[in-house]
Design a protein around this ligand. Structure first.
Ligand code: F6R
Length: 606
């Protein structure tokens, strides 16, 4: 998974392309590169490492030109080397950038090698460059060249191509990987998403799967899968460039943790109906149709799904299963008892989640998406979106999108329970009133940065950590462990507190950090006695909960006290100290918080 950018217009474009690549760094950051056409020559610069390494290279070896393409890579085929970085240039004639995977690349590579083409990288993408060099070499004009290449390749892709023979033309195409075309007065820009061009234009065309386009400074000609000219709508997108700054914070993640009071309250507002009730705003007929749900998601969004399952089953009595998106369609699920599939995704671009919801649709289920990026592919493909209003999330580790997802899931549970009569209006109103206090509690939680710091300092030297919780706090324990491991590279696992004694307790040894979420509910005494078992075996016990929930746990070495909140809503508030703990531990260790190693914000490969 990678990010691609292209520009054709009146201005010298390398800085514009770099500016857009900066906004795509969430998609990967192993290496990057740029190719422009200047004085009838393709100029290529590539660098391993962060985008700053490419910028340094361009300072040393400047480029120019008013047409160009750029790429930021997250390695799939081939290691992190300059040879494998994009753009791929062939015969000084054609340069391409590609996001996705060309699935039949091995066969194509063999055929091209037999024709005498020699390859300089280990990537699947390089076959694209050779194919274009071949067809353009045979005299095909851009539209014909695209048609010829697309008839040969299989897989998921979005790509952009420039050729010395057509120095004012960008050739682009997409299938399953995202691609947006931005229209401004003096130029056309293409990018993997609209945010990458938010500083340049808000007028955007989204290509459909299998579309391709030939773009010159004055024209965008789009063709569909049947090679017929296609009329795709220009949409005005709403992405403010200001939202994408760090606003004085050291990291996007720190900023996004602090944005949670807003993200939660905006999402609550979006989930409020014209009568002022908490609601998904789905029509009664749609709600009545939902009799069994499959929640599909990956990573942090999957843990939100698991918390949502407890709420929906408890408040609405509707059976819910949660499926890891990447597993779902490959195991031919039986969905006869389900009517509705709901995919949860911050980016709306995770390919696993996209393929899972497509499969659900194919099986005849109604499809909904709890999505943060409303202009994303998933948003466009589901029957209806229930948007989270977290705003752009740039830090690789998800924070505000997660708490916003929980708000939507709670609203869904309430809407469904109210509709089927399982939840009376008073109880719904009571939860709504308590939810309205959560933005305030989230605001107060920011003070925890000070009290959590000494704990993070102790944790930074740990080799391994356990996170525990019961009920809705079990998925939260998994989320806490995910946050810590992805940011600080400390091995961490989340377990249901009651499951410890069935095996994981063997891991306990003197000083092993055991971080437990506790709530003030009927199950709390059981969670506390599970914790006591860990303490008896030498665990370094850290508890996270409200003052009254952790009051009796006098054997804990450290307590992280969250603001008072209703037990059913504890996962939303307790998520924040888990994020802060992971953030500060990583900060104390000195790891790269916004761009942890080997990760990418949005995973668009299987
Ligand atoms: C972890 C994290 C990932 C994402 C996962 C799904 O902090 O951010 O685990 O949650 O890659 O991404 P979305 O929600 O964009 O589909």
């Amino acid at each position: 998974m990678c990010g691609i950018v292209g520009y054709v217009g009146n201005e010298t474009c390398h800085e514009i392309i770099i500016g857009s690549l900066e906004r795509l760094e969430y998609r990967g950051y192993d290496s990057s590169g740029i190719a422009t056409i200047h004085n009838d020559q393709i100029q290529l610069r590539r660098a391993v490492g962060k985008l700053s390494d490419l910028k340094t290279k361009i300072l040393d070896e400047p480029v120019s030109g008013t047409i160009g393409i750029g790429h930021i890579r997250w390695a799939t085929h081939g290691g992190v080397t300059e040879q494998n970085a994009h753009p791929h240039l062939v015969n000084s004639e054609v340069a391409i950038v590609h996001n996705g995977i060309i699935e039949n690349y091995a066969q194509l590579k063999k055929e091209l090698a037999e024709k005498g083409f020699s390859f300089s990288s280990d990537t699947d993408s390089e076959v694209l460059a050779h194919l274009f060099a071949f067809v353009i070499g045979q005299g095909l004009a851009p539209v014909e060249a695209l048609k010829a290449v697309l008839s040969k390749i299989e897989g998921a892709y979005s790509f952009a191509v420039i050729s010395k023979s057509y120095p004012e033309t960008l050739m682009v195409a997409r299938n399953a990987s995202p691609l947006a075309i931005g229209i401004s007065d003096n130029a056309t820009i293409i990018a993997s998403d609209a945010t990458a061009m938010a500083h340049l234009t808000r007028q955007v065309i989204y290509l459909k799967d299998n579309d391709y386009a030939v773009i010159t400074p004055t024209k965008v000609d789009i063709y569909d899968v049947k090679n017929k000219p296609a009329n795709r709508q220009v949409i005005k997108v709403n992405v403010s460039p200001i939202l994408l700054d760090k606003a004085g914070y050291k990291h996007y993640m720190e900023k996004e943790i602090h944005e949670q009071p807003d993200a939660i309250s905006h999402t609550i507002s979006a989930m409020t109906d014209i009568h002022g009730r908490l609601s998904t705003n789905l029509e009664a007929a749609s709600l009545t149709k939902i009799r069994g749900i499959v929640l599909l998601a990956a990573g942090t969004s999957f843990y939100a799904a698991q918390i949502g399952r407890y709420w929906i089953e408890r408040l609405a009595g509707i059976p819910v299963v949660c499926e890891i998106a990447s597993e779902y369609h490959y195991r031919n699920p039986i969905a006869s008892h389900q009517t509705t599939a709901i995919v949860i995704s911050q980016s709306g671009e995770s390919i696993d989640s996209l393929l899972a919801i497509r499969h659900a649709k194919k099986m005849g289920l109604d499809t909904y998406g709890i999505v943060n990026v409303v202009s994303s592919t998933i948003s466009r493909e589901v029957d209806k979106i229930l948007p989270t209003r977290a705003g752009p999330e740039i830090g690789v580790a998800s924070t505000k999108a997660f708490t916003a997802q929980l708000v939507v899931l709670m609203s869904l549970a309430i809407s469904l329970g109210r509709q089927n009569g399982r939840l009376d209006e008073d109880k719904a109103l009571d939860i709504h009133q308590k939810l309205l206090k959560i933005p305030g509690a989230a605001g107060k939680s920011m003070k925890l940065f000070n009290s959590v710091l000494p704990i993070a300092n102790r944790l930074k030297n740990a080799r391994s950590c356990l996170f525990l919780g019961r009920d809705t706090l079990f998925p939260l324990a998994c989320e806490g462990a995910l946050k810590l491991k992805e940011l600080s590279y400390i091995h961490a696992e989340g377990f249901a507190s009651g499951e410890m004694k069935h095996g994981p307790i063997a891991l306990l040894e003197e000083g092993l950090p055991v971080i437990s979420f506790v709530s003030e509910d009927e199950i709390a005494p059981k969670a506390i006695s599970n914790l006591k078992e860990a303490e008896a075996r030498g665990g370094y016990i850290i508890v996270i909960g409200t003052q009254s929930a952790v009051n009796t746990i006098d054997f804990a070495s450290d307590k992280i006290i969250i603001p008072d909140c209703e037990p059913i809503l504890t996962p939303i508030v307790s998520a924040i100290p888990a994020q802060i703990l992971a953030y500060l531990t990583a900060s104390e260790k000195g790891t790269d918080i916004d761009q942890p190693r080997n990760l990418a914000k949005s995973v668009t490969v299987e």
